[in-house]
Ligand binder design. Structure first.
Ligand code: ADP
Ligand code: MG
Length: 682
């Protein structure tokens, strides 16, 4: 069968259904995915040496014939392969460990290329555990695994880099000519060459240029798609433009029991400006839990009402909806604004009220609000409060409310820390307002990085705290993998047993993601009622749980977490009157990793920590984007702000002169394709 870019990998020779399944784990499903499976580094085996010239400490490739093969045993009884390879200049000893099958692959007489480092062993120069490649008499440059820069890929069980290399080389030969370069000429390496080169570069510089070209593509299309969406929104959607009466707004603000923070003022100004436009607002309001997003949204709802418009606020849970309802009603009712609550549990009552003549100016509810075909008269503003996962309610809301007629202004609120560079690329269709600070007067959670030597002291301190103040404690077990595996659960159980004897006087509970809902709830209930003083939990512990009496958060192996994630865990305490504490246990005692952790001792802003994560933790490690439902980049890095700006400028250059892309049919086509694939991922 002829391969094309969209052929499922299963049909590539020597792949088949079983391997295809393994490849799926690496998100490789089609030939194109395989081509875009980018190495994360290269082994430099490009130095080719005659055998008599190899030097200890060198990493080299030698080419020769197997002249001896001996399966032996080490002193400890492990299997050892002792092999001799000769060329016209001499003979080199090769050693492998525990690979007896090599005697079949490399029998005496085989022509072979070997790449690895040279060391001393029993007074002789040897090459230990080299990469090998059985060859014919051809020139070295045809090799894949030796004698060159050799790509190393993220692997999974059953899929090695060596195997991937072979299949990628095969596929490159078959389909590279059908890769279309859709980009206008920006003086970059042509796309097909970049794909070829990123796998099999001649030099490191070439590899860098190839990768840059692919990253450029990726970012370019993100910006372009965002631009298209934004333009489409602005040109096709009609809003109810509002008039802003500053005095009236001030009247509301004056009734608040606090003054707005500077960030709240800025966000309010941005939002109210959006409301005046003839196309609907599409804005994201980002800020930690407790940053005061609700009041900002409420001011917008108030302005909507002054303009004769109805507002809806959707919350992810019933409890949150009820909280919002109480808050908003308290502030807005004095202004004669009717606030209503809709949750799943009182459907029928609401239905009858909505059908009757009850009139609401502001309706608060869960997303049940969306599934019901409520006919709103002059729905002017929809506010979506997504505590944790960004984009879930937003997507369904967009679908439901923006079909025809006028589109309400849309404000999405999130506690997910999204760095600006991420927002500018993957969410470039949204405007962004950030509340970077928590209002003053709130007690900050005192945070300490605790080195290993102080572990016992810390346990004593916790015991004292619980005895004296009655504060409860979370102990978060180390993060082993991003999703909760059996290993994580096992380590949590072990930790639980150990801590039970450390904290003999208290009642401990264990919580992990593999427990049944009923079990979980009963543990949480016991914790809430202080029947349990110390809750040992895995990192995936329900982020939304709210236990005001919990004052201590202890996180094990804190260096394994991203700062944003630590910050979110820290947010589980500090919710009541008592001073709260966060203890970050780590065995790391110096260097960058420690500095990174130290940042969280003094920084209490989620968005700022998210930015730090990007710069300090290095590329590709923005923790939890998947968890938050944001797409991930394959080649480009969110930390590469230069390339993010450059690609943005490039997109503006193109659309500035030709917004419909009429003279860029290839771009249009590719944009359409990428929109489709993206839609499927959701
Ligand atoms: P979130 O951003 O998590 O939705 P909320 O809007 O629920 O935060 O606000 C948290 C608490 O802070 C509320 O009790 C709110 O009344 C209070 N609050 C909001 N803004 C301020 C402020 N500027 N000064 C003091 N307290 C504030
Ligand atoms: Mg909130």
């Amino acid at each position: 069968m002829d391969l094309s870019l969209t052929t499922p990998v299963q049909y590539i020779p020597r792949v088949g259904p079983a391997r295809a399944k393994l490849l799926k784990k690496l998100a490789i499903e089609t030939v194109r995915d395989l081509l875009y499976y980018i190495p994360f580094r290269y082994d430099d085996f490009s130095l080719i040496s005659p055998i008599d010239r190899v030097q200890p400490g060198e990493t080299v490739t030698v080419k020769g014939t197997v002249t001896a093969f001996h399966n032996a045993f080490t002193k400890s009884g492990k299997k050892l392969q002792e092999v001799k390879v000769s060329d016209e200049t001499g003979t080199l000893e090769i050693i492998w460990f525990n690979q007896p099958f090599l005697s079949r692959v490399l029998p005496v007489g085989t022509q072979v290329r070997l790449a690895g480092s040279i060391g001393w062993f029993a007074h002789e120069l040897v090459m230990t555990s080299p990469s090998y490649e059985v060859t014919g008499p051809g020139p070295v440059s045809e090799s894949l695994h030796t004698g060159r820069l050799v790509p190393i890929y993220p692997e999974t069980e059953g899929i090695s880099s060596k195997w991937l290399r072979g299949r990628i080389a095969f596929v490159l030969e078959q389909v590279l000519s059908s890769v279309v370069d859709a980009l206008p000429d920006f003086g970059l390496m042509p796309l097909p060459r970049a794909i070829q080169t990123v796998h099999f570069p001649q030099t490191k510089d070439q590899a860098v240029m190839a990768r840059r070209r692919l990253a450029f593509d990726e970012l370019f299309f993100l910006h372009l798609r965002a631009f298209e969406e934004r333009r489409n929104w602005e040109q096709t959607k009609k809003s109810y433009p509002c008039r802003i009466d500053k005095n009236e707004v001030t009247k509301l603000i004056n009734t608040l029991p606090f003054t707005l923070t500077d960030d709240q003022k800025t966000a309010t100004r941005e939002i109210l400006t959006d409301l005046t436009r003839a196309y609907p607002m599409n804005r994201l309001l980002e800020g930690d839990v407790g940053a005061g997003k609700t009041v900002v949204a409420m001011i917008a709802m108030y302005v909507a009402h002054s303009n004769g418009l109805v507002s809806v606020l959707m919350a992810p849970t019933q409890i949150l909806a009820e909280q919002h309802y109480t808050t908003i009603k308290g502030f807005l009712e004095p202004f004669g604004i009717q606030v209503g609550l809709v949750t799943g549990s009182q459907k029928t009552e609401l239905d009858s009220r909505l059908r009757g003549n009850d009139k609401f100016d502001v309706l608060v509810g869960t997303h049940a609000l969306l599934s019901r075909k409520i006919k709103f008269n002059r729905l002017g503003l929809v506010v979506i409060d997504e505590q944790q996962r960004f984009g879930v309610l937003q997507r369904s809301a967009l679908e439901k409310i923006t079909k025809r007629g006028k589109t309400p202004h849309l404000l999405t609120m999130t506690a997910t820390p999204i760095p600006r560079s991420v927002a500018r690329t993957v969410m470039g269709n949204l405007d962004l307002s950030i509340l970077a600070t928590i209002p003053d007067g709130r007690k900050k959670v005192k945070t300490w990085v605790v080195p290993n030597e102080k572990r016992q002291k810390a346990y004593q301190w916790i015991t004292k705290q619980i005895n004296e103040n009655g504060g409860q404690t979370f102990i978060i077990c180390p993060l082993i993998e991003e999703s909760e595996t059996l290993a994580t659960v096992k380590s949590a159980k072990t930790e639980f047993d150990r801590l039970t004897s450390v904290f003999g006087g208290f009642c401990l509970g264990l919580l992990h993601g593999r427990m049944k809902v009923k079990e979980k709830n009963s543990v949480l209930e016991d914790f809430r009622r202080n029947k349990i003083q110390i809750l040992v939990a895995t990192p995936v512990v329900e982020v939304g749980i709210d236990i005001p009496n919990a004052t201590i958060m202890l996180i094990e192996a804190a260096e394994r977490f991203g700062l944003s994630q630590l910050h979110q865990l820290r947010g589980r305490v500090g919710r009541g009157e008592l001073q709260s504490y966060c203890l970050l246990f780590t065995e790391v005692s110096e260097g960058q990793t420690l500095n990174r952790l130290k940042a969280i001792e003094t920084t209490h802003s989620g968005p700022i920590l998210a930015e730090l994560d990007l710069t300090l933790r290095g590329p590709g490690e923005l923790f939890g984007t998947r968890q938050h439902g944001l797409p991930e980049l394959k080649v480009a890095r969110f930390s590469d702000s230069d390339l993010i700006s450059e690609t943005r400028t490039a997109v503006h250059g193109v659309v500035g002169q030709d917004p419909n892309l009429s003279s860029f049919p290839l771009l249009r086509e590719k944009l359409r394709e990428s929109t489709i694939t993206n839609g499927q991922q959701d």
